[in-house]
Design a protein. Sequence first.
Length: 449
Amino acid sequence: MLKLDISQVTGFLSADSLNKLQDSVNDANKSLYSKTGKGSEFLGWLNLPGNVSDNEINEINDCAALLTAKSDIIVVIGIGGSYLGARAVIDALSGNFNSLLHKNERKSPLILFAGNNISEDYHYELIQLLDKYDYSIIVISKSGTTTEPAIAFRLLKAHIEAKYGKPEAKSRIAAVTDKAKGALKKMADTEGYKTFIIPDDVGGRFSVLTPVGLLPIAAAGFNIKQLLNGAKNMMNLCAEKKPLDENPADLYAAARYALYQNGKVIEILASYTPNLNYIIEWWKQLYGESEGKEGKGIFPAGVNFTADLHSMGQWIQEGIRNIFETALRVESSKHSLIVPDDKENLDELNFLSGKKLSDVNKMAELGTMLAHVSGGVPNISISIEKTDEENLGGLIYFFEKACAISGYLLGVNPFDQPGVEAYKKNMFALLGKRGFEDIKQKLDKNLKL
Ligand code: PA5
């Protein structure tokens, strides 16, 4: 079960500032559950964990099994909300060195990602690798028109068809997209790919518990039913009409908003285990795209401790005091490793002999928290019991629910992302896409071409 501790925040706030937010949090919940708030057409994620049927789960698992049976590698193509959630869960659950294992030592295919960048070298090197292995593709795009995944799919579709022939290639491709619109849907229908639908009312960054996340996660060999169960338990725990101290998502949203009102405009999410790095990346997208608009929003940053204590640690300890830190903790590790005793003690580490590494890590966590709090950085702590499907499902839903409440507390629409269009328009204009001629003229003028 997830535990939220805000005891190291209250000292930075006036005595009743959190209690004062109870009414605003109630209003935010009311808007959310009555679907009367901003962006209410995108609230499908709210009840999603209870709405995915056993049939859907079986269909996803069956498709994953088909792809898995014929693949050493599965390439998942997607960007943003169609990428980060799956990667976050797969990285968290896979062994740290899974990618280095021999294919026969791995229980499931290696999951690689594409379409999240336009790097020529990345895609060239991926294709070189795919020449040597059996592989399949899961291509994900809600709009079906996003440039980065479309380019990657064009490249890999040509490669997989040349490698296996069209009929076999078709059986190695699954698409996840809109039920009706977009180029990917059209292509999937024309080519006859196995297709999963993203519900209309679930936006990209809230879509990890739809086939967007579930299909790649199942293909990586993980239990999506347990992931959904964990999310469902959290959904029930964070339901409407609970006082702040009984509702972790609401309390997290209220604490960060109270800090924001006190000038803390940057939240740093810190993890102490490298396999959670992409949970941080997913969280950054969720909060960044949901809150950063209308000149408002907490800037979501991430650090990986203890590595970043030797780089960003200085800034956090003594830089501008406009930050707060949220530590993401895992109570038990999967394996046990003890620091060995050494008779000679040349490294002077015998004070740690016999201690579990996870206990040393916990003292690093505690020491860091105490140092940062005394340096003027409020600290929120989020702990999960262990890194498994159930706990990750709970963590995902917790962050989603808190993000929606946070957005409503700020007064923005947490479910749109108008700002991401600006770069796309410029890119299309610069690349000479039809319909963007006016923008091209303006850009040329700015660039003095
Ligand atoms: O959260 C979002 O909506 C975005 O990050 C999208 O997921 C991202 O732009 C990819 O869009 P699409 O799935 O339409 O290709």
